[in-house]
Design a protein around this ligand. Structure first.
Ligand SMILES: [Zn+2]
Ligand SMILES: [Zn+2]
Length: 134
């Protein structure tokens, strides 16, 4: 925490706590987080929330999911919760997790076959949830 922009300010701490209270498996957009903070009577703009989220992701506290139609969502970055994948509803953004050894194996094999050193393999599946199918 050397640069000013990278300190865990009270506000960023609040954002992080919001994720920690909900635990793993919770995927929130900047809008979700903003609504929660406003409900807690915090005066904060959506732009500020977004900046805090990006920063917490850069600092390694949160993991950012880039989902084409669903926008971006954030979740807690936990070591024991790394190897999971996401099914995302492209209409409402509902995000569910799944685990798959074959996805992990395919990633490892693909990287290895061309001499790359594997960091992680993750799969985002775009889909339409039951309530959005009608
Ligand atoms: Zn997840
Ligand atoms: Zn949906």
């Amino acid at each position: 925490m050397h640069q000013d922009g990278r300190r865990l300010t009270p506000q960023r701490q609040r954002v992080l706590e919001l994720f920690e209270r909900r635990g793993s498996g919770c995927h929130l957009s900047a809008e979700d987080v903003h609504q929660e903070l406003v409900a807690l009577e915090m005066k904060v703009s959506l732009a500020t929330v977004y900046r805090s989220l990006r920063l917490l992701a850069d600092m390694g506290f949160l993991q950012e999911l880039e989902l084409s139609e669903g926008g971006r969502r954030f979740e807690l970055a936990l070591d024991d919760h790394r190897d999971h994948h996401h099914v995302v509803c492209i209409r409402c953004g509902r995000t569910e997790e799944f685990e798959s050894q074959s996805v992990l194996a395919a990633g490892a094999e693909a990287a290895e076959s061309i001499g790359f050193k594997l960091i992680e393999s993750s799969l985002n599946v775009r889909a339409i949830c039951p309530s959005c199918q009608d």
